[in-house]
Write a protein that binds this ligand. Structure first.
Ligand code: GLU
Length: 317
């Protein structure tokens, strides 16, 4: 971790929504906290739209995401960065990983990988079995074909993720997820693109939901392979539905745009987010500036919060 003081104009964070659907209350909480921490500590903020997840990207949600964030009073510095607008650094990273023998092409389908696993993997995630590595794995490749899938050769060792918020976590990529794709025939995979862009945008602090904590280990591994700086991590607990699952459509319509269209004021939404962020114990309307000034990293709940039906009723009151 960098030893910079937290209050520093040389720190930089990013809001990195994927335009795969409208922002809901859970996303809103993470973005509000990210924004408030950054503004309290004088960091600059990049809004980076992560539009590389091709089959899932819905172009109309790019503008909607921006509108939703602005509606909450969240601002950022610089132009909005659209991840797909410049893939040159990702292409360069693919070449570097090829030349250093860190990647190999993979033509197995998902079902073939599944069939090759010795035991069902915990959590249902695929663990890529090492016996599927081709004999050529590890041999440097110049000019890797960007129309193929490329996997990175992981190592059987511990990777320590030290998180400003979530503490220390140890992962072993050889146990999960095995050699993972950094490129597919659609272009750079999330794990590669996110670190290449964080590095070139000078991101020092990544604040996001803790569902991405295991990804941090993969991303540190990529940073080491490409000699990129590892940002400071801040993984925050999530908002869940009453069934314990991550907030999603199944828990009803919690899209910010739906609340807005129903005439609900942003201050009410922020008031609810404030209770989920350790600022208040009961929801009361609050503006963004008050949220920003009142947020204390130490008071943010360390465990997931659950959306209660009464909270939805209160929003509509
Ligand atoms: N775009 C990702 C998402 O919306 C977040 C990526 C990140 O913060 O690293 O889930």
């Amino acid at each position: 971790m960098r030893e910079l003081p937290l209050k520093s104009a040389s720190r930089r964070t990013r809001l990195a929504p994927s335009p795969t659907g409208a922002l809901h209350l859970g996303n809103a909480r993470t973005f509000m906290i990210n924004w408030a921490i950054a503004r309290q500590y004088d960091w600059s903020i990049v809004l980076r739209i992560e539009d590389l997840d091709h089959p899932r990207v819905k172009p109309a949600t790019i503008d909607l995401t921006r509108t939703d964030l602005e509606w909450l009073g969240i601002d950022w510095d610089d132009e909005v960065a659209l991840q797909s607008s410049d893939l040159s650094a990702c292409h360069q990273a693919l070449v570097t990983l090829g030349e250093t023998g860190r990647i190999y092409p993979c033509n197995y389908s998902r079902s073939e990988v599944e069939a090759a696993q010795s035991a069902p993997h915990e959590g249902g995630d695929l663990c890529y079995p090492s016996h599927l590595r081709p004999e050529s794995a590890g041999i440097p490749t110049s000019a890797p074909d960007p129309n193929s899938t490329w996997r990175i050769l992981v190592e059987d060792r511990e990777i320590e993720v030290v998180d400003q918020f979530a503490g220390q976590h140890i992962f072993n990529l050889a146990q999960s997820p095995g050699d993972f794709p950094i490129w597919t025939n659609r272009g750079p995979a999330y794990q590669l693109a996110v670190m290449v862009d964080d590095a070139r945008q000078g991101i020092t602090d990544v604040i996001r939901g803790d569902d991405l904590l295991p990804s941090a280990a993969r991303q540190e591994f990529i940073c080491e392979a490409l000699d990129l700086p590892i940002p400071d991590w801040w993984h925050l607990p999530l908002v869940r539905g009453s069934d314990g699952l991550r907030l999603a459509k199944r828990h009803g319509d919690t899209r910010l745009s739906s609340f807005r269209e129903a005439g609900i004021e942003a201050d009410r939404i922020i008031g609810l987010l404030a209770t989920w962020s350790g600022i208040t114990s009961k929801p009361a309307p609050m503006d963004a500036a008050t949220f920003r000034d009142a947020l204390s990293v130490r008071s943010i709940p360390r465990t997931d919060c659950t959306l209660q039906q009464e909270e939805l009723k209160w929003l509509a009151d």
